[in-house]
Design a protein around this ligand. Structure first.
Ligand code: AMP
Ligand code: MG
Length: 412
């Protein structure tokens, strides 16, 4: 039996980052960019007005006030998108709207509310300092500047930046295709009529959902019976995937054949059994050269094991550098006891109050209690050697709910 850390390292070392593909910037949302983006132009391209008002020469309006207005001749009207034709000279102004380019000669914009119209002229009623309310060319982005780095995750702001640079397509890391197959003679698929002797293969769906949530493409291969040929046939169909996830058939029972198939010629089993609960009977290897994570069949075990091993591997394949869910420290509001020897992942309900995070269990922790995963927003992690934690003790929690992870860590 190996440790969770060793198992994770072995799996991560066995998967590689996929190649790149060119996608539309909207399809790139949430994906990892595989190129550096340099600005091909200044944004904004020229000096423009930040306000509706008048483009003037600061030297003309020095000392202007309500009592001593400065009168300027209006030479032009500049709505946004217009091209200035005239140069603003002494005692002249151009009426200008937000976003319109500042005409030659002007160095300052006086906002509309600091002016009034008198006899067809504009009267400036305030002393405005030079450069006021002008957005400078290149103040957002300068031509040649690196604005997005290879490895960044594309968020809506990145999409906007790419659009403003005229980039409609970018290179991102490919999404891995993840084959999912379940094994067990007791299983039926979701729309089959479940007799009281059968159970629906919920893992086929929870695992596909986890794959989707991680941003990859699930390929649902359905159910293999507990017969070697059945399994081999399903595995064969999975060979075009980047990673195979199987569930079930990795325990010590008579019909736990997934390990056997992994040990066959041309295949490789790297380890079996990890010192964790739930999820001990995890197998990892490869079929020909496709990595296979043999997840345990129990619904909670398969999900918890996916979280610990498959999700980081999938994120690595997609070019992510942050591979792990965020962990926080919480104070227990409930005591927990355990046997030493394995790392426990206890389904927890995490809350936050003014003193920080609190954690309690979801109740019954059996590895068949899928409801515990439904209720949980975090996994309370108790190290191998721990036997007891009491109310008020600090524990590490792996957050499963991203909205909680947005909250800052309170100062413990
Ligand atoms: P196994 O790991 O094959 O010994 O399976 C352990 C238990 O997990 C089985 O007795 C089933 O109750 C349950 N199980 C196995 N596969 C699935 C599945 N695909 N969906 C839901 N439950 C499953
Ligand atoms: Mg089974």
């Amino acid at each position: 039996m190996i440790s969770v850390e060793k198992a994770l390292q072995t799996i991560l070392d066995s998967v590689s980052v996929l190649g790149l593909e060119k996608v539309n910037i909207l399809s790139a949302l949430g994906r990892v960019i595989g190129e550096d983006i340099y600005a091909g132009r200044d944004i904004p391209p020229r000096d423009n007005s930040a306000m509706d008002g008048y483009a003037v020469r600061a030297s003309d309006i020095m000392g202007a006030s309500e009592k001593k207005p400065v009168l300027l001749e209006i030479i032009e009207d500049l709505p946004a998108g217009s091209i200035p034709k005239k140069t603003v000279g002494n005692k002249q102004a151009a009426r200008i709207m937000t976003g319109a380019f500042v005409p030659e000669g002007a160095d300052t914009v006086v906002a509309m509310e600091k002016t009034r119209i008198e006899n067809g002229h504009v009267a400036v009623l305030a002393n405005v300092k030079q450069g006021q309310d002008i957005r400078r060319a290149g103040e957002d982005v300068q031509r040649g500047e690196k604005v997005i780095s290879k490895g960044d995750v594309i968020r809506p702001a990145h999409v906007g930046m790419l659009a403003s640079l005229g980039r409609s397509f970018i290179f991102v890391y490919q999404k891995p295709l993840i084959a999912i197959l379940s094994s067990g003679d007791e299983l039926v698929d979701i729309d089959d009529t479940p007799s009281e002797w059968k159970i629906i293969s919920s893992n086929s769906y929870s695992l596909a959902a986890l794959v989707l949530e991680a941003g990859a493409i699930p390929m649902q291969l359905g159910i293999a019976g507990d017969r070697r040929n059945d399994l081999i046939e399903k595995f064969r169909a999975a060979m075009r995937a980047d990673l195979i996830l199987s569930s079930g058939g990795v325990s010590v029972g008579d019909f736990d054949l997934v390990k056997d198939v992994m040990k066959q010629e041309g295949n490789r089993m790297q380890f079996w059994q990890v010192a964790m609960k739930p999820g001990q009977p995890l197998a990892f290897g490869s079929l020909e050269n496709v990595p296979v994570i043999g997840l345990p069949g129990n619904p909670v075990s398969s999900m918890v094991s996916f979280e610990q091993f498959a999700r980081p591997a999938i994120l690595k394949m997609m070019g992510h550098t942050k591979l792990f869910r965020r962990t926080i420290t919480a104070r227990l509001t409930e005591a927990i006891t355990k046997k030493p020897g394995k790392k426990h992942f206890i389904r927890g309900i995490i809350e936050r109050n003014e003193n920080g995070y609190t954690a309690r269990t979801t109740g019954e922790q059996g590895s068949g209690i899928l409801k515990s995963m439904v209720k949980a927003n975090g996994l309370i992690i108790l190290p191998e050697e721990t036997t007891e934690v009491r109310v008020g003790d600090k524990v590490t929690v792996q957050l499963l709910d991203d909205s909680l992870s947005m909250l800052p860590q309170p100062p413990y």
